[in-house]
Design a protein around this ligand. Structure first.
Ligand SMILES: [Zn+2]
Length: 281
């Protein structure tokens, strides 16, 4: 277990379709002073809002921790700042833990780290969303500003604040890569990842979710299972599990019809056994 094997990779690609406005907080320094109270995170070079992979991964992890913990609060054994989270204490524990072996654990009591089996890339606008927002009359470049009031409960005075958000209907390209390190874990791990994507759809990404922000839907454009031999160019060592006919770079503008042509998370769920069987073969 000290030498982690790599049997292959499972790559899931697609889009995150926003059904409501999305706010992932960024630094005020990147905007002119005083323009908006709560700005969104932006790429420092292109100025485009994006979804950091860490935001998606963090959401997935926290949902799986809560799912696995059930009513057992001792599951959240580690303090990070003021927050209690789950983390396994040894490599052996992490290897047998559905949370830590997928999402990683650091700073165990024996000083061990268990590197994450998944990578979640930063998610940037699809080309058609970028074009659409460039031509739309939004408050700021690629974003809108929503005013919210917090009423002072004693004086009844309104304290308006502005929250910047990415307009609903915007699409981001996502990519999740899972490393196959233990063949007997594939079924459980991939089933968990798929379940978490489903859970996020009924939860939210980013901030202010309880006030309606950040509702998203995942669409899968491609899922490929690759044995390690595929990287050496050997034939029959990779398998397309799911693939849509739509090329996102050819999409002119986001129309309802597009989404009917893409696979849902439920369709990916039906393919888990096929992935398992491929790595057994
Ligand atoms: Zn754990």
């Amino acid at each position: 277990m000290n030498n982690k094997k790599l049997y292959g990779k499972i790559v899931i690609k697609g889009i995150i379709h926003t059904l409501t406005g999305l706010h992932i907080g960024g630094s005020k320094e990147t905007l002119e002073i005083g323009t908006v109270d709560l700005p969104v995170i932006r790429d420092p070079v292109t100025r485009e809002p994006y979804i950091p992979g860490s935001s998606i991964k963090g959401k997935m992890r926290s949902l799986l921790e809560r799912y696995k913990a059930g009513s057992d609060t001792s599951f959240f054994s580690k303090n990070v700042g003021n927050a209690k989270i789950h983390a396994c204490n040894t490599k052996e524990e992490a290897f047998n833990c559905e949370v830590c072996r997928v999402f990683g654990s650091t700073g165990g009591k024996d000083g061990s780290n268990f590197p994450s089996r998944i990578k979640v890339r930063d998610a940037y606008f699809t080309l058609y969303t970028k074009r659409h927002l460039e031509n739309a009359e939004t408050d700021f470049l690629f974003s809108e500003v929503k005013y919210e009031n917090v009423l002072d409960r004693i004086t009844a005075a309104a304290n308006p604040r502005q929250i910047e958000r990415v307009p609903r209907g915007s699409d981001f390209s996502f990519e999740i890569v899972y490393d196959v390190e233990e063949k007997t874990h594939i079924e459980e791990d991939i089933a968990n990842i798929v379940m978490l994507m489903n859970l996020i759809e009924d939860d939210y990404i980013g901030g202010h979710g309880s006030r309606g922000y950040g509702k998203v839907k995942f669409y899968i454009t491609e899922c490929i299972a690759k044995k390690i031999e595929a990287y050496k160019g050997e034939s029959n060592s990779e398998k397309v599990i799911l693939s849509s006919d739509v090329k996102l770079e050819d999409v002119e503008k986001p129309e309802e019809e597009l989404y009917t042509k893409l696979a849902s998370v439920s369709q990916l769920k039906e393919k888990v056994q096929e992935i398992v069987d491929f790595f057994k073969s």
